[in-house]
Write a protein of this length. Structure first.
Ligand code: CP
Length: 335
């Protein structure tokens, strides 16, 4: 297996070794198309490990990965843990609630303390946008952004692209509609970047109250569409990504009632039927966790077109790929 993306300081391309500073994965914007391609191709190889009886590669033996989660997580934290373990790294989980941050320790003191133990990588989730970037300035370890506030979630975007490609083939020219609570979503920002990097057409759909400020200028600059009418967008979509309504980040009334939100922006049974009537091959994604009955009906979440569990499965493979490219260190090495 060769590495040309996210290497720990050097890369080999066509036999020539060049210096490169890529030590962290903080933003989807850090990745060129070539690098995304390499990560997804490696993920495909890693995915095969998932189907083996003995799910273990020796690749990261002797390396230590710390999952530092200051916000709740099921999918991201457990898949990074599984990914590290299947690559034979030692994996430690630290959560904000059980750590000395609950005694008032600062973020800097916590990460410096963990880093001083000699860890190789910090996988970090935090409620503050920019936290992973800040931490990367403090420590020598590789830092992976596992979700920072409403900013980014780059490994989610990679696993979403991997999952959609697996079902749809190349995303070049494909139309992906991302629907829902855009204001509070870090997934949308990373997905927009990665999907555009892979040549997909993207339309963001949300009620005006859940559109981030400055989105019109952003859409003109980065070449994506925005809309408020989900029923108008669905017939041309190859993939529909429903986003969770993040009630825990909402301090005011962003929509009148849950019922009205569902009527306007939920992927209901009727909308699932409209989607599949227009395009029988269209797929449905949701990064999870889902609010069933609010942004997505159970009929849609569990439909044959739903890739929700495929996304979870791909999460392990993609995170194995990311850890491999960051930590494996020696180019051209067989995994
Ligand atoms: N999609 C996602 O980040 O899920 P978790 O919060 O469960 O990690």
């Amino acid at each position: 297996m060769t590495t040309t993306a996210l290497t720990a300081g050097r890369t080999t391309t066509g036999g020539a070794t060049t210096a490169r500073p890529r030590r962290h994965l903080l933003s989807s914007a850090d990745l060129s198309r070539e690098q995304v391609r390499e990560l997804l191709d490696t993920a495909a190889e890693m995915h095969a490990v998932q189907k083996r009886e003995v799910k273990k590669l020796p690749t990261l033996r002797g390396r230590t990965v710390v999952n530092l989660f200051f916000e709740d997580s099921t999918r991201t934290r457990s898949s990074f843990e599984i990914a590290g373990k299947w690559l034979s790294a030692d994996v430690i989980n630290i959560s904000g609630k059980g750590s000395s941050t609950s005694k008032g320790e600062s973020l800097r003191d916590t990460v410096m303390t963990v880093a001083a133990m000699g860890v190789d990588a910090l996988v970090m989730r935090h409620s503050a946008s920019g936290a992973a970037h800040q931490v990367s300035q403090w420590v020598d370890a590789h830092v992976v952004n596992a979700g920072d506030g409403t900013h980014e979630h780059p490994t989610q975007a990679l696993l979403d692209a991997y999952t959609m490609e697996h079902r749809l083939g190349s995303l070049e020219g494909r139309h992906v509609a991302i629907v829902g609570d855009l204001t509070h979503s870090r997934v949308v920002r990373s997905n927009l970047i990665t999907l555009r990097t892979l040549g997909a057409k993207v339309t963001l759909v949300a009620p005006p109250t859940l559109m981030p400020s400055g989105i019109r200028a952003w859409s003109e600059r980065d070449g994506f569409a925005i809309g408020h009418d989900l029923d108008a967008v669905l017939p041309t979509a190859d993939a529909v990504m429903m986003l969770r309504v993040q009630r825990e980040r909402m301090s005011g009334g962003f929509f009148p009632t849950a019922r009205e939100y569902t009527v306007g922006y939920g992927l209901t049974r009727a909308r699932l039927d409209a989607l599949t009537a227009a395009n029988p091959d269209a797929v449905i994604c949701h990064p999870g966790p889902m609010n069933r009955g609010l942004e997505i009906a159970a009929d849609a979440a569990d439909a044959a077109q739903s890739l929700v569990l495929d996304q979870v499965s791909a999460g392990v493979a993609v995170r194995m790929s990311v850890l491999y490219h960051l930590l494996a260190g020696s180019e051209g090495e067989d995994a």
